[in-house]
Design a binder for this molecule. Structure first.
Ligand SMILES: [Zn+2]
Length: 106
């Protein structure tokens, strides 16, 4: 079988085709990343300040420096990271009082 000899213009054509494919791959990856970011932002807009259980709006109640996001529809209460860390550093008396006020005890 005769060996195929690539003419100079064919090598050049192949080179530019590879460049174009690489460039379009990068554009496609960038679009995918942007879409993922848009979806994250869209979900954040929909769920911000909403109860994870029932979707109703949350109200913030500050108790001894700890902000509690309370749902007065279903009774859920949510803490941000900072509030949770503050709460974990408190004593049992405080925790019992907190649980009583925010109605976590049955
Ligand atoms: Zn709720």
């Amino acid at each position: 079988m005769p060996k195929t000899v690539q003419k100079p213009h064919e090598a050049e054509e192949e080179y530019f085709a590879r460049l174009e494919v690489e460039k379009k791959c990068k554009i496609s990856e960038k679009k995918r990343a942007e879409m993922a970011q848009k979806e994250i932002e869209s979900l954040k807009k929909i769920h911000a300040r909403r109860c994870a259980e029932c979707g109703q709006e949350l109200e913030t109640v500050v108790f001894k420096g700890i902000a509690v996001n309370k749902c007065f529809h279903c009774g859920g209460a949510y803490l941000g990271r900072e509030a949770f860390q503050k709460l974990c550093g408190r004593d049992n008396h405080f925790m019992n009082l907190f649980m009583e006020i925010f109605q976590f005890q049955s």
